[in-house]
Ligand binder design. Structure first.
Ligand code: ADP
Ligand code: MG
Length: 238
């Protein structure tokens, strides 16, 4: 336990919540499949970043998480890698419809970046990824979603539009990520986020990532996450 505390300190990590899994030191410690390990090394990722060291074992254990770390700290892989594992663990992938993993991001640029990062890991697993955001034809996105996917990455407004058009259902969704939650609030997406969360089964796993943690985001997190573990890397402003 003393070792774990010191290791966390060396990573500038603080945690709160009950029964927090211990941080890993290498990607291998995560028990990833050979296939996923191959995809990771293909990206040139030699070892996990601080947030990844602590977030990966938490998310892989099925827990909800609040991850607070500054931009550039590697938050994306913290939710994408366990999402691949989560999806590969599902029985009978193709039987039902709709995405299993749902990722919300504040802007089309961020959604696109996450899409690119996700594709790198999803491709070799035969997992289909769709991205939907403003500025693209709704009809094209409707058709793409209708064709089916296991992961959808979306800006909140456009995802609501697609749900209203019945381009997808959330029946199969069990893994929800709210990325850059603070920015989504700044952009006024709180109602859309609440609406999306309300359409996903309550026994889902929920992950919330943010660079800062203002009161309003904290309040939402308390409402929509279940017994989350909170991980903070470095010094983070409110
Ligand atoms: P954040 O979401 O925290 O701003 P990103 O997930 O976008 O950060 O990651 C920032 C950059 O670091 C990206 O270019 C990503 O490919 C790279 N990266 C992520 N994890 C690792 C790692 N373990 N080793 C090396 N590079 C990494
Ligand atoms: Mg990010």
């Amino acid at each position: 336990e003393q070792d774990v505390a010191e290791y966390r300190k060396s990573l500038a990590i603080r945690v709160s919540g009950f029964d927090v899994p211990r941080p890993i030191k290498t990607f291998n410690d995560s028990g990833f499949s050979t296939q996923l390990m191959h995809a990771i090394s293909k990206q040139g990722y030699e070892k996990p970043t601080s947030i990844q060291c602590q977030a990966l074992p938490i998310v892989l254990s099925g827990r909800d998480i609040i991850g607070i770390a500054k931009t550039g700290s590697g938050k994306t892989a913290s939710f994408v890698l366990p999402m691949i594992v989560h999806i590969m663990d599902q029985p009978e992938l193709q039987k039902e419809e709709g995405p299993i993993g749902v990722i919300c991001a504040p802007t089309r640029e961020l959604a696109h970046q996450i899409y690119l990062e996700t594709k790198k890991f999803a491709k070799s697993h035969g997992i289909r990824v769709s991205a939907v955001y403003g500025g693209m034809s709704k009809l094209d996105q409707f058709k793409e979603l209708k064709a089916g996917c296991e992961i959808v990455i979306a800006t909140p407004g456009r995802l609501i539009d697609m749900l209203k058009m019945k381009a997808l259902t959330m029946l199969r969704a069990t893994y929800l990520v709210l990325d850059e939650a603070d920015r989504m609030f700044d952009l006024g997406f709180e109602p859309q986020i609440r609406s999306i969360v309300g359409q996903i089964r309550p026994d889902r796993q929920t992950l919330l990532f943010s660079a800062t943690m203002p009161r309003k985001v904290e309040k939402l997190a308390r409402e929509i996450l279940t017994d989350p573990v909170r991980v903070t890397v470095g010094e983070v402003g409110m």
